[in-house]
Ligand binder design. Structure first.
Ligand code: NCD
Length: 327
């Protein structure tokens, strides 16, 4: 425990997995493991971030990610403010950078930002003094999702190195896929990108993944089957002939799942479209599906990230209130 309380995270912002070394990732996961225990107690609230302000600025709609960040901040004792962008000055023509500078002048300690444009979060981070966490920028990165996926896998399988992970579906438009390919590769998993040619372009191979257009072959022996939604909001034009056709070839059904390892774990970042990328019955199989575990791990991982990013600004960071075993 002590090594966790003392460890320093050498980053001010969490903008992507691309900036993290394997040991940074492991530090987040180890700390998040202890926060899972905190969350399972009746009394969940710590004082680590008392006096700190966290602003959640979501330019794209979100339910689970925003709620998860809000709970994480509150469980650490921070004051958390959710900015509803629909009503903000952005709608009145203010630029993104002006919004960031205005918020910065209110002296938050952490800004959690989601934006529809790849690179927008990194741009904002250059104009503020606080820590910035990327909660998803366009089809670029969604680092806390990959970290929570890794925590889910590590807890269910005991390791990440050496596992075969099949990421299936709309890889082209998915920030979840990009962050996961980077993280899983860095921790030594074998990653496959599985889907139609239109959604798994050849350039994806530059992430060090194997490409499969045949779902059955892509699933062969996989330990983890990670399904992704068709991100129609990011598609210009038509990428699949029809939803029915898509489900027939790429939807995860019991039949296709038989090609994966017998104890393969099913994952999905949500929101899930039943009958499009996944059969409802497969998604609900409590023995195989880790989808709700992922949601639980999300809060713990975000608590770990908030804790690590603010450590250098907290007095006595090596003991202040983080007592997961005791209270
Ligand atoms: C994902 C996202 O927003 O990138 N959702 C999430 O954060 N849980 C995936 C998606 O929208 O399909």
């Amino acid at each position: 425990m002590t090594h966790l309380a003392r460890s320093r995270f050498p980053h001010r912002h969490l903008l992507g997995i691309a900036q993290l070394e394997a040991e940074d990732i492991e530090l987040v996961l180890d700390l998040a493991d202890s926060y899972v225990e905190v969350q399972r107690r009746p009394e969940k609230k710590l004082e680590i971030l008392r006096g700190f302000t966290q602003i959640n600025l979501f330019f794209e709609s979100s339910t689970r990610t925003r709620t998860s960040f809000e709970l994480a901040g509150k469980r650490l004792g921070a004051d958390v403010v959710n900015m509803a962008v629909q009503h903000s000055a952005i709608r009145k023509g203010e630029t993104l950078i002006d919004t960031a500078m205005t918020l910065n002048a209110m002296r938050p300690d952490v800004l959690v930002i989601r934006h529809a444009d790849s690179g927008a979060v990194a741009l904002l981070a250059r104009h503020v003094r606080c820590s910035v966490i990327n909660a998803g920028d366009g089809s670029h990165e969604h680092p806390t999702q990959a970290l929570l996926d890794a925590l889910t896998i590590r807890r269910r399988k005991g390791r990440i190195a050496g596992l075969t992970v099949a990421i299936c579906g709309d890889i082209a438009h998915s920030r979840v896929a990009r962050s996961n390919m980077l993280l899983l590769g860095r921790l030594g998993a074998r990653v496959r990108a599985v889907g139609p040619r239109t959604l798994v372009p050849r350039e994806i191979a530059s992430y060090g993944v194997e490409i499969h257009h045949d779902m059955r072959r892509g699933l062969e022996g996989a330990d983890i089957v990670m399904m992704l939604r068709l991100q129609t909001e990011r598609m210009q034009g038509s990428f699949v002939p029809s939803v029915r056709e898509y489900f027939r070839f790429y939807g995860l059904t019991r039949d296709k799942l038989r090609h994966a390892a017998p104890d393969a774990l099913i994952m999905h970042p949500g929101p899930m479209n039943r009958g499009v990328e996944i059969d409802g019955e497969v998604a609900d199989d409590i023995h195989r599906s880790a989808i709700l575990d992922q949601v639980e791990m999300g809060v713990a991982v975000r608590m770990a990230c908030l804790d690590l990013l603010t450590r250098d600004r907290r007095p006595a960071a090596d003991g202040d209130g983080f007592r997961p075993e005791g209270g």
